[in-house]
Design a protein around this ligand. Sequence first.
Ligand code: KG4
Ligand code: ZN
Length: 342
Amino acid sequence: MLVLGIESSCDETAAAVVTDKKELLSSVVYSQQEHKAFGGVVPEVAARAHLDKVDFIVDKALRDANVSFEDLDAIAASAGPGLIGGVIVGVMTAKAICAVHGKPFVAVNHLEAHALTARLNNDVDFPYLLLLTSGGHCQILAVEGVGKYHRLGATIDDAAGEAFDKVAKMLGLGYPGGPLVEKYARSGDDGRFDLPRPMIDKAGCDMSFSGLKTAVRRVVENFEAPLSEQDKADVCACFQRAVLESLTARLKNGIRLFKKDFPQAKSLVVGGGVAANGALREALQALAARRKLDFYAPPMNLCTDNGAMVAWAGMERFKAGLTDSLDFSPRPRWPLDPSTKR
Ligand code: KG4
Ligand code: ZN
């Protein structure tokens, strides 16, 4: 079976084709450069850029995979949550293909796509504990099956990726900030500045990154001379260490809560853009080993937004009989766990 997946919920226009045998036949990602001048994603600019590129990206994904629309079993698109203008572009493109070629449509929750990506390259059984950490979301979830999520904790303010982006902006490193902060952090002294780890002593596994971001701003503003490259590296190293220690501390509680419900479960999984951070992957690997869990992360290029994760989530839903009507409305908000608001 073949599924085409389309992603357009933020600033990547992407499409990919996967098979039910977990073969990734193609994956085309266009990362919009239009936002660089603004230091962040501008929704209206993003929507226009998606519209501009989506036909070409879909066509290239099919050509790279050497398949035609007729060969496809279903077409999936990220249908939310995200910037609604962009989401509409991807969803309408998928629906148009479905209408013309008489194919089933699968509306994929972007967060579910991140949640299931690790299963494309690994045999990870349900249930598993998931750290979903991206630019817009930071959550700890029990993944019980396709479409079955129980949220154990989440950030009460900023997402971790957002904090990386804001720190990069404060230091004038560029956008997107995550990879740049990680690069600087490698040559920095992570003990030079004392930064907070908000909420790490609290029960449960909710998180917070806004206070940490403010503390970094204070450090940066208190410099008397312009920051040297070494100063910037030291700020990045201290910030990254604080994020990692916060995430792992909260996950320790998450693991305890998860094991109460699922004592037989074996896996810790990470997904979302921040999962591309090498130091985070190492920290999670070490934590999983201490807790006798197997650790799985998607390959680096499938952590940040891409079409393969949407195609794969589409495949998982299609195989479970979960297709959607062409009336499906894109959703700016769409929690994975329906008992929660975000
Ligand atoms: O999943 P994603 O592409 O988009 C959303 O769904 O939000 O995640 C993007 C986020 C950005 O905030 C970016 O700075 C962060 O992931 N990111 C990283 C790294 N690569 C991307 N954060 C830390 N370290 C990285 N290497
Ligand atoms: Zn994402």
